[in-house]
Design a protein around this ligand. Structure first.
Ligand code: COA
Length: 475
């Protein structure tokens, strides 16, 4: 009896094990199926297409903010169709021109990997072509002045009716509010977003930065908004509007200064060198010169050659864990145990003197020598690299961050490749298109117009600049 019971128990245990195995198998299968993902590709890394393959963008952008966004999406694999005004194009084609008759670097460096079609958006036939593009594209990106897209007849309602899946993404200077109708350029945004008031030296005026945080920074924000909207569309099946105001984008990048504004209520900002110098704080976050924005004090120091080379400087951070190594390096071993210098709070009121002492040492070395010596000891430093040095830096070429491309009218030029590296989506950095270079190709291959229709479109004047009257006609 006991034997039979034991056998039955073993049998049921085996059956339970089998069922459990089945359940695991079933659940795993179900899980794989429920998130809708295909089986992992067996193709070698980087050969399974690009991240945004299949996404088509109606790129109605101009100047810098919008084009920066669409160039990034193009690097990620989207088909970017840039719509430009016949005969004129994006105004930057002719701005800051360095080579006579050729598109400027301003234009070429933010419009790579795109196609260009010329369409007069105010011409009846032009509107017809645009409507067809709206139906066939996934995203419309624009950064016209407020109201300009509506004045072209491309209201959200019109677009959404033609293509409910379309995402309409815009850069504007300001969000809804008192300034929403204003036209805005880079430096206006840097000032209105809180960056300028917190940049520069305490005893000088507000400063704008060389980085285009208003234009390119907002373009970057917009790109994230677009990709998120594309992802949401996978679930909802419908498009949406994406808005990035330049003021908001700048503020997002300057948020540590809003942090400091709130900290002011609770006492002085001890990591600002003005604290050590005994200068009282006012009501708003002050300009901090080259003080480090984080909790580790830092400053820009002269290096060997600074008298003749404006970039012979290094950013030096006195990170607490490597303080003793710094003391040994600069010949101040006594500071390791001196209570005035041994701890971070003791050092705060003495930062000026500390950086003066470190500078006496950095001035005996080139910025690259300082970099080499300090990195070996885990001391964080940053050489001030000139654009010349960056352009010539082999490691940036090797990673595709700086890329040389050829151009039919201006010759080879350097551009910034995709700064976002995806291991399975390798950016294809191509030169910028000539004005209207792909008009014919897009009309036929994307929009499906026949030879006869293309001829009609050309004759209508919707894709070509009006002929300039000859002298005789004008007379
Ligand atoms: N066919 C016909 N007309 C076209 C066209 C086309 N393909 N493309 C543009 N236009 C027209 C627009 O419809 C607009 O006409 P409208 O004012 O009569 O309606 C006109 O060109 C000018 O557009 P606008 O955006 O006002 O250009 P602008 O040179 O006067 O202003 C900015 C430039 C950048 C200040 C402005 O576009 C802006 O504030 N944009 C939003 C913020 C932004 O992105 N700023 C940063 C730029 S880097």
């Amino acid at each position: 009896m006991a034997k039979r019971k034991k056998a039955a128990k073993a049998k049921s245990k085996a059956a339970a094990k089998k069922t459990a195995k089945k359940v695991v198998k079933f659940t795993a299968k179900k899980l794989a199926a429920s998130n809708g993902l295909p089986r992992p590709s067996a193709k070698p890394w980087g050969q399974a297409g690009r991240a945004l393959d299949g996404v088509r963008i109606l790129d109605f952008t101009h100047v810098q903010s919008g084009p920066t966004c669409t160039q990034l999406l193009a690097y990620m694999g989207a088909d970017c169709i840039k719509v430009e005004r016949p005969g004129i194009g994006d105004i930057t084609r002719g701005q800051l021109r360095d080579v006579k008759g050729a598109d400027s670097l301003y234009f070429t460096m933010i419009n790579g990997s795109k196609r260009s079609i010329t369409i007069d958006s105010k011409h009846a036939k032009g509107k017809e072509i645009l409507d067809r593009l709206v139906k066939l594209c996934d995203v419309l990106v624009e950064n016209f002045a407020p109201g300009a897209l509506d004045r072209m007849g491309l209201t959200w309602e019109h677009i959404h009716k033609l293509n409910p899946r379309m995402i309409v993404a815009s850069v504007k200077g300001f969000g809804p509010g008192p300034y929403e109708d204003c036209k805005v350029y880079e430096n206006v945004a840097q000032c209105a977003g809180g960056s300028a008031s917190t940049t520069g030296f305490r005893d000088g005026p507000p400063l704008v930065t060389g980085s285009q945080i208003g234009d390119s920074g907002t373009g970057l924000h917009l790109a994230l908004g677009i990709v998120s909207a594309l992802y949401q569309r996978n679930r909802t099946g419908r498009g949406q509007r994406v808005l990035c105001a330049m003021q908001d984008g700048v503020l997002n990048l300057a948020r540590v200064k809003l942090r400091d504004q709130q900290r002011l209520k609770h006492g002085p900002l001890t990591e600002y060198s003005q604290y050590g110098e005994g200068v009282p704080f006012g009501k708003a976050t002050p300009r901090a010169g080259n003080d480090s924005g984080g909790g580790q004090p830092g400053w820009i120091l002269k290096c060997k050659g600074w008298e003749s080379d404006p970039d012979a400087y290094i950013y030096f951070i006195t990170q607490a864990p490597v303080w003793t190594a710094i003391c040994d390096l600069i010949g101040k071993p006594e500071w390791k145990t001196d209570p005035d210098y041994a701890t971070p709070p003791a050092r705060l009121p003495r930062l000026r003197g500390i950086f003066d002492a470190i500078e006496q040492w950095t001035m005996t070395k080139t910025k690259f020598e300082v970099m080499e010596i300090c990195n070996k000891q885990d001391i964080p430093v940053g050489p001030i690299l000139s654009m010349k040095e960056i352009a010539e830096e082999p490691s940036l070429r090797a990673t595709g961050t700086v890329v040389e491309v050829d151009h039919p009218t201006r010759g080879a030029y350097l551009t910034v490749g995709n700064p976002i590296k995806l291991s399975d989506s390798i950016a294809d950095v191509r030169r910028s298109p000539l004005l209207g270079e792909h008009t014919d190709e897009i009309l036929r291959k994307v929009l499906g117009y026949s030879d006869k229709e293309v001829a009609e479109i050309k004759a209508s004047g919707a894709i070509t600049a009006p002929e300039k009257p000859t002298k005789a006609e004008a007379a």
